[in-house]
Design a protein around this ligand. Structure first.
Ligand code: PEP
Length: 251
C-alpha cells in the first residue's frame, strides 16, 4: 500500500556504539513528536541486532543495506536475506548506485536478491537512477525504465511489495539536489512504467522515494510533489536532528 516513508541509509558509517546511540536518539525524538510517515533506519549488518533492541517498532522500522543473491552456503563474507530477516529487519536496500558502481551489481543479480528478499519476508527498497552523463545526454528516462523493468518478471503481488527509490547518481552525496520538478517528472515516469506492466492500481499503490542530498531545507518542497512519497536519506540520516528535520517535512 502506498505510504509516505523517510528511510535513512547509514552506509559504512558509525561504530556499533555510535550506531546504537544514533538509533536511540532517533527513537527518542520520535517518541517526543510522532512522525506522519513511516520511518526506517537502514544500518550496517553488524548493527542490525543491536539497533533492533533499542528502537520501538511502532516508531522506527529496521532495514539492511544489502543482501546476498544466494540463499545460503559457501559464500564467505556474504549475508543472506534469511540472516537479515532473523535480526528483526523488515526492509533491505537493493541496487544502491554504490553497489552497482563499486561492486558491479547487475540487473540479473539484483533480481535474484529481490526474489530472495521477498521469499524471506523482507521488503526491498529498490534503487534506480541515472549517472550525470545520462542526465546530460537525455537518456535518463530510458535508463531508469530499464532498471525498473529488470524486476518485471515479478508477479503483481510481489512487485506491490517493492518500494522504489529514485536516486540520481549525480545528486548522491554531492550536495547537488535534483529540483523538485526533475524529481516529480521522473517519479511520474516511473509510475507510468509500472502502470504499463502491472496496471494503474499497482502503480498508484507504489511508494516512490527520492534520494540525493535531501536535507531538512529541501525535503518539504520535494515531498510536496504528488508523485514523491518520501526520501531515502544518506548523509543527513547520520545526525538524529537532521533526520528528524526531514521527517518533519511531512508535518
Ligand atoms: C543515498 O546514498 O542513498 C543518498 C541519498 O545519499 P545522500 O543523501 O548523502 O545524497
Amino acid at each position: 500500500m502506498r505510504k509516505n516513508i523517510v528511510a535513512g541509509n547509514w552506509k559504512m558509517n558509525t561504530t556499533l556504539d555510535e550506531g546504537v546511540e544514533l538509533a536511540n536518539n532517533v527513537n527518542t525524538l520520535l517518541k517526543e513528536k510522532k512522525a506522519n510517515c513511516e520511518v526506517i533506519v537502514c544500518v550496517p549488518f553488524t548493527h542490525l541486532t543491536s539497533v533492533n533492541a533499542v528502537i520501538e517498532p511502532e516508531l522506527v522500522k529496521l532495514g539492511a543495506e544489502n543482501c546476498s543473491e544466494h540463499a545460503k552456503g559457501a559464500y564467505t563474507g556474504e549475508v543472506s536475506a534469511s540472516m537479515v530477516k532473523s535480526t528483526g529487519a523488515q526492509y533491505v536496500i537493493l541496487g544502491h548506485s554504490e553497489r552497482r558502481q563499486y561492486f558491479g551489481e547487475n540487473n540479473e543479480q539484483l533480481l535474484a536478491k529481490t526474489k530472495l528478499a521477498l521469499e524471506n519476508g523482507l521488503l526491498p527498497i529498490f534503487c534506480v537512477g541515472e549517472v550525470l552523463e545520462e542526465r546530460e545526454n537525455g537518456s535518463y528516462n530510458d535508463v531508469v525504465r530499464g532498471q525498473v523493468e529488470a524486476l518485471f518478471s515479478l508477479t503483481p503481488e510481489e512487485f506491490g511489495k517493492i518500494v522504489i527509490a529514485y536516486e540520481p547518481v549525480w545528486a548522491i552525496g554531492t550536495g547537488k539536489t535534483a529540483t523538485s520538478d526533475q524529481a516529480e517528472d521522473m517519479h511520474a515516469h516511473i509510475r507510468k512504467v509500472i502502470a504499463e506492466k502491472y496496471g494503474q492500481e499497482v502503480a498508484d499503490n507504489s511508494s516512490i522515494l527520492y534520494g540525493g542530498s535531501c536535507k531538512p531545507s529541501n525535503a518539504k518542497e520535494l515531498f510536496a510533489k504528488p508523485n514523491v512519497d518520501g526520501g531515502l536519506i544518506g548523509g543527513a540520516s547520520l545526525k538524529a536532528e537532521d533526520f528528524m528535520g526531514i521527517i518533519e517535512a511531512f508535518g
